[in-house]
Design a protein around this ligand. Structure first.
Ligand SMILES: *[C@@H]1O[C@H](CO)[C@@H](O)[C@H](O)[C@H]1NC(C)=O
Length: 390
């Protein structure tokens, strides 16, 4: 196994930021941040429209996986994948090179990307090398005719990539599978500064008007970055985390349905909100939660107009030369844990005594969260409908 390789999109963005400060590279950075945001928001929307449950997607890992397929594809199959990834207009030949491991590793995240064709569709050494070096991933033929063996191999790979955080990435496999794309990620929200566990207490969370659950609610008073979007009726709170990452919590106003916010959520809005955050004194209450979500994304990707790669005339010949190969399914499983643990052990004095206590933001109803890197690169997106459920 190759060592944990930094995030591909992040690497790409850091490359364009670090290599030069010329205006052309800073605009490349902006374009890519925006494109990545756009893909993340569209994929998140496609998944949310299919479920009422909690959602969690490591969109940056999925983008890396789909880009590994771009490198195997030709002609219209490739063009359509690039379009689905919001990467049209960028030179597909240069994308993998840019994806080399140049970013700083995100220590609170582990991820993996793998391309698994069926036996009979051997992977060329050059494609394997590309997936390993550019995407930190793997490409390997599996015997789907023995589904249990293939399942075990994929699940072992996911455990290996995530330090056992992700188990059972796949449960059942079709013996007629031709090609699977598997992506997995595990995040720990090491808030910096962390919440203080001695202030955590059980409180109500309003899943719905008549559905209330008691959950451990964390508390911290301090300076935060906050924005409010009057047109969407959503509050936007930034919670800084380790390794230059942060979580953006989108809390719809009371009485505003989370789906109404999701329908208006675009990559542009995310970037706009990040740019409009203002520092303010605040008391924050956020539920502890742990999400473990697993998806088969074929249908969701088809609504993003990624269709040809799943069809009989797909062209994935760069993977190994055998023709007739097409993508069967895209599996994604990711976990995120949000609690009081953090790297900073700096004891904070309690909230400094002030004559008027600061306003309190209580996240006690369904909310959306976005994990991103400084600069706005979206890593993952999710929503918490019920924090007492995985
Ligand atoms: C947490 O709060 C308690 C009670 O106010 C305090 O004694 C302790 O030092 C705090 N811990 C940290 C890490 O801030």
């Amino acid at each position: 196994m190759t060592p944990c390789v930094p995030l591909s999109l992040v690497g790409l963005l850091l490359l364009s930021r670090c290599s030069s400060s010329s205006s052309s590279s800073s605009s490349t950075l902006e374009v890519l941040t925006q494109r990545n945001s756009d893909f993340s928001a569209r994929l998140y929307g496609a998944v949310c429209s299919r479920t009422d449950d909690n959602v969690f997607l490591s969109t940056v890992t999925l983008a890396a996986g789909l880009l590994a397929l771009v490198s195997a594809a030709n002609g219209p199959t490739r063009d359509q994948l690039l379009q689905g990834l919001s990467l049209t207009g960028l030179d597909p030949q240069s994308l993998p090179d840019l994806f080399q491991s140049l970013g700083t590793p995100v220590t609170n995240m582990k991820q993996g990307v793998a391309v698994f064709p069926a036996q009979g569709f051997p992977v060329s050494a050059s494609y394997l090398d590309l997936v390993q070096t550019r995407f930190g991933g793997t490409a390997q033929s599996l015997a789907y005719t023995v589904p249990q063996e293939a399942t075990d191999a994929i699940n072992r790979w996911a455990q290996d990539r995530t330090g056992d955080e992700v188990q059972d990435l796949v449960t059942t496999l079709d013996p007629n599978t031709q090609l699977l794309l598997a992506t997995t990620a595990s995040y720990k929200a090491h808030f910096s500064p962390p919440f203080n566990v001695s202030f955590t207490q059980d409180e109500r969370f309003y899943v719905g008007r008549y559905h209330i659950v008691m959950v451990p609610m964390m508390f911290r008073a301090g300076k935060y970055f906050l924005a409010y979007d009057d047109s969407v009726k959503v509050g936007v709170l930034k919670l800084p985390m380790a390794s230059g990452t942060a979580m953006l919590v989108l809390l719809p106003d009371e009485g505003v349905d989370i789906t109404a916010v999701e329908e208006q959520l675009t990559g542009e809005k995310i970037q706009n909100w990040i740019g409009r955050l203002k520092r303010t004194k605040l008391e924050v209450q956020l539920p502890r939660f742990l999400l473990e979500r697993s998806y088969s994304l074929r249908d969701a990707l088809q609504t993003l107009d990624i269709t040809l790669v799943f069809q009989e005339d797909a062209d994935l010949s760069t993977m190994g030369g055998a023709t007739g190969l097409r993508l069967t399914q895209v599996h994604h499983k990711s976990v995120v844990s949000v609690d009081e643990s953090g790297d900073d052990i700096i004891a904070e004095g309690g909230a400094s005594p002030t004559s008027t206590p600061p306003p309190r933001l209580t996240v006690n109803r369904p909310f959306i969260f976005i994990i991103y890197q400084t600069g706005g690169v979206v890593l993952s997106m999710g929503r918490v409908i019920d924090p007492s459920r995985k």
